[in-house]
Design a protein around this ligand. Structure first.
Ligand code: NAD
Length: 297
């Protein structure tokens, strides 16, 4: 059955996600500040809305894919926004990666209006968005999850219900905090090995089957050679850009501050990625931090 879906934020991720909803036979009405993004949606078979208000009033389902919490609060909660204009019962899905507090504030305002909302941030990047193979980490009540799932199934492959409102964002930033810290740990070990005269391949062969084993080592090795598909073998082209890692580490620090959790290594990782991004790391894959730690970048 065809549903009318409003899609706000048709950028690198939102554009291909919206195109997959069109391909699945849904009527997609899009809104973005960028003319090029709207043109791309039309080329993919969608239609443009003149405003957020028009889109919200017409849609049965709204999906948003915006840069940060401030954009999401504005689009949903301000005058002329989604909550003011959508019908009660509209299904709301925010897939942006944003702070947990904003996700919970918007979800609670939506519930007051009788709308069912989930936060559903993704991993999988532009490749996953295009192929429809994203992983969605979903926060919200069971009923809202059940209503959103058929649409998430079109855009993704793994759909995980992480608990109540905000828990999708919580899962995303906790996972990426592990990733940021572990990439630094693996990078430091390779730099130390170099200084000690231990060959990178030898360290890989030993640690990948020993207690140092982790995804940053075995799937995304930060030095060229041991894992041929890792960005290290492609001049550190992203992949997952260093500035995106920095964004997620900052969100984790914000959440740790507001929840009173001690995350000293998360804090240090955030500082290191910040310095790295300000010193030539921006635009590189996040694993290029190995060159920064070695002092060659
Ligand atoms: P992007 O900058 O390419 O797209 C964002 C879009 O939102 C742009 O087209 C912009 O014009 C639009 N926009 C901004 N403010 C708006 C407003 N007020 N009204 C309407 N449109 C507005 O960003 P992206 O790479 O698509 O990322 C989107 C979200 O997905 C971010 O939260 C990001 O952290 C997350 N994410 C991105 C990736 C990735 O690999 N790019 C991976 C996982 C998660």
């Amino acid at each position: 059955m065809s549903t009318r879906i409003g899609f706000i934020g048709l950028g690198n991720m939102g554009g291909p996600m919206a195109a997959n909803l069109v391909k699945a036979g849904h009527e997609v009405l899009g809104f973005d500040l960028s003319e090029a993004a709207l043109g791309a949606l039309e080329a993919a078979g969608g239609k443009r809305a003149a405003s957020v208000a028009e889109l919200a009033a017409a849609a049965d389902v709204v999906v948003s894919m915006l840069p940060a919490g401030a954009h999401v609060r504005k689009i949903y909660m301000e005058e002329g926004g989604i909550l003011e204009n959508a019908k009660p019962g509209t299904i709301l899905i925010d897939s942006s990666t944003i702070d947990v507090d904003s996700a919970r504030a918007v979800a609670s305002a939506a519930a007051e209006k009788g709308m069912s909302m989930v936060d559903a941030p993704v991993s999988g990047g532009v490749g996953g968005a295009t192929a429809g193979t994203l992983t969605f980490m979903v926060g919200g009540p069971d009923e809202a999850f059940a209503k959103a799932k058929p649409y998430l199934d079109i855009m993704g492959k793994n759909i995980v219900h992480a608990g109540g409102a905000g828990n999708g964002q919580a899962a995303k930033i906790c996972n990426n905090m592990i990733l940021g810290i572990s990439m630094i740990a693996v990078s430091e070990a390779f730099v130390l090995a170099e200084r000690l005269g231990l060959d990178a391949q030898k360290l890989f062969d030993i640690s990948s089957t020993a207690s140092g084993q982790c995804w940053s080592l075995t799937s995304y090795c930060p030095v060229p050679g041991p894992v041929p598909t890792s960005p290290a073998n492609n001049d550190y082209k992203p992949g997952f850009a260093a500035e995106m890692m920095l964004k997620d580490l900052k969100l984790a620090q914000e959440a740790a501050g507001s929840a009173g959790a001690a995350t000293p290594l998360g804090a240090e990782a955030s500082v290191l990625y910040d310095v790295f991004c300000k010193n030539g790391g921006q635009g590189s894959d996040f694993s290029a931090i190995v060159n920064f730690l070695r002092g060659t970048r």
